[in-house]
Each structure stands twice: as structure tokens, then as C-alpha cells.
Design a protein around this ligand. Structure first.
Ligand code: F6R
Length: 265
């Protein structure tokens, strides 16, 4: 795991965006794995600015989101489809036909959505880079604690804790969904590369458990310890409970020195 601790949330967003930008420069037809929630909004803003400045195109890219609520129409402002349109898709040159979420149409059997989504991801060659946020309870996607570490895209019931955490995104009059379809943990683990973003002190315990605790279905993000290419971008609040922080900073410093030496050679 590459653990990078930055001063503030904007640096987290900028470094996350830079990873996506580099991928798209190297591979314009990349398959992106995207997340919603509060954390990646600033990252998407960076991507939009780079696109507006003519430095980034999504013309040949495609994307798969982690999750979508059940029972919320795509046009509803609370759907994750609407979120993606608002924060990213409408402001860049991606072909909307190449953007996918595990959506369940009104006439569709929700049990069939997951397997179809998995086929679609495979048909596009798999996900090159998956962006993740993390729940206060350690969830990734909506894989709540006790999710199978080998799970695939399927229906999940949100925990009461997640529903309470996400209450901030809903008006008092809005009905908050309790079910979602989410990529599974095994699905996420098949991405060729993962970048996990966490900002704020409310994520500090989940980050400590997931990075320094044992791999456990009770802290779903801990499975990332088993992935070959993971970058964890943290602000200092989210990193506050890490026991080995000095070491992670030292590693980054050594990397910088090594790169400097290689490039200077
Ligand atoms: C979103 C998702 C969730 C969020 C997590 C953190 O698509 O899958 O796992 O990443 O709940 O949400 P925020 O960023 O709102 O704290």
C-alpha cells in the first residue's frame, strides 16, 4: 500500500485527480471506476478544470460507478446517476452511453442487475483505476461490515449507521433509500489499480482499522491490504489515528529522493 498523508483535503483531491489524468493520458480509452459521496466532489472539480483548460479528454473513456440506490429513479436528484451528471459527466466530453451505474430500471428484476453489471465490466476489459471513498464503518462501495470478501455486484441493505451518516445529503422531506446495488468486494479487488481517498476526522478510525488492523469482513476496506496496487490518499485528520505515520512519511520521502536520483542520472 502506498500511504500518502497530505496537509489538506484539496491536496487529496488534486493528487487523486492527477492519477486519473495520468491514466487517461497514457490510455485514452481507459475504464474508470468512480465513486459518489462527499469526498470525491473536489476531485471531480479538478478533472473538470483540467478538461476546460484543454488538458484532459474523456472522449474515448468509459466509467463504472460503484453503486446506485434501489427505488430512486435515475432522473431523481438523489440518484447517483444524477450526482455523476451534475459533478462530472455534464461538464466533460465523456460519451454518456459509455457511463454505467448498477441501475435497476422500474421493470427490471433487481436480482438480475448485479450479474449483468459484472458482464458489462468484463466486456469492457475490466476497470483500470477504481476510485474509492470509505464509510465511517469501513465500507467500500456499499459493502457494509460483514459483507463477504468474495462478494460480487448485488443488493445490499445499508446499515443504520450509513443511513445516519448520509442523512446530511437529504432534505428533511426526502425519503432516504435503505437498499442499494453495489459492486462487490471481489469486483473492486479486480480493478487493476485502486485509489482510496479519505478526509476528515470522522474517517480516522476506519482508516486505522483498514490499514493497520487485520483483514476482516468487519472492516471491508481492510481487504485492500491484499491488492497489489493501492494508493491511499489521506489528509492529516483522516490519518490522525495511524500508529505508523512516521514510517509512511519516511517512505514517501525516500521515494522522492530515489526518483530524483533516477531522473537526475
Ligand atoms: C459512494 C460509496 C461510498 C462512499 C462512502 C464515503 O459511491 O460507495 O462507499 O464512498 O460512504 O462517503 P462520503 O465521501 O460521503 O463520506
Amino acid at each position: 500500500m502506498d500511504i500518502i498523508i497530505l496537509e489538506n483535503s484539496d491536496q487529496v483531491a488534486a493528487q487523486g485527480a492527477a492519477k486519473l489524468q495520468k491514466l487517461l493520458l497514457d490510455k485514452p480509452a481507459a475504464v474508470l471506476g468512480l465513486a459518489t459521496g462527499g469526498t470525491p466532489i473536489a476531485l471531480y472539480r479538478h478533472l473538470v478544470v483540467e478538461h476546460q483548460n484543454g488538458k484532459l479528454s474523456f472522449r474515448d473513456a468509459s466509467s463504472f460507478n460503484l453503486d446506485e440506490y434501489i427505488g430512486v429513479r435515475p432522473t431523481d436528484p438523489q440518484s447517483y446517476r444524477s450526482y455523476m451528471q451534475r459533478h462530472l459527466f455534464e461538464q466533460i466530453d465523456i460519451d454518456v452511453a459509455n457511463t454505467f451505474l448498477p441501475e435497476c430500471a422500474a421493470d427490471e428484476n433487481p436480482l438480475e442487475v448485479g450479474p449483468k453489471y459484472e458482464q458489462l465490466i468484463a466486456a469492457r476489459g475490466g476497470i483500470d483505476l477504481q476510485v474509492l471513498g470509505i464509510g465511517q464503518n469501513g465500507h467500500i462501495g456499499f459493502n457494509e461490515p460483514s459483507s463477504s470478501l468474495r462478494s460480487r455486484t448485488r443488493i445490499k441493505t445499508l446499515t443504520r449507521e450509513t443511513i445516519a451518516d448520509n442523512r446530511q445529503y437529504f432534505d428533511a422531506t426526502e425519503v432516504q433509500p435503505q437498499l442499494a446495488i453495489t459492486m462487490g468486494i471481489a469486483t473492486i479487488m479486480e480493478a487493476r489499480e485502486v485509489v482510496l481517498l479519505a478526509t476528515g476526522s470522522s474517517k480516522a478510525a476506519a482508516i486505522r482499522q483498514s490499514i493497520e488492523g487485520p483483514v476482516s469482513a468487519m472492516w471491508p476496506a481492510s481487504i485492500l491490504q491484499m491488492h497489489e496496487r493501492v494508493t491511499v490518499l489521506l489528509d492529516s485528520d483522516a490519518a490522525a489515528e495511524l500508529a505508523n505515520r512516521d514510517y509512511y512519511d519516511w517512505v514517501q520521502e525516500q521515494k522522492r529522493l530515489l526518483l530524483h536520483e533516477i531522473e537526475g542520472a
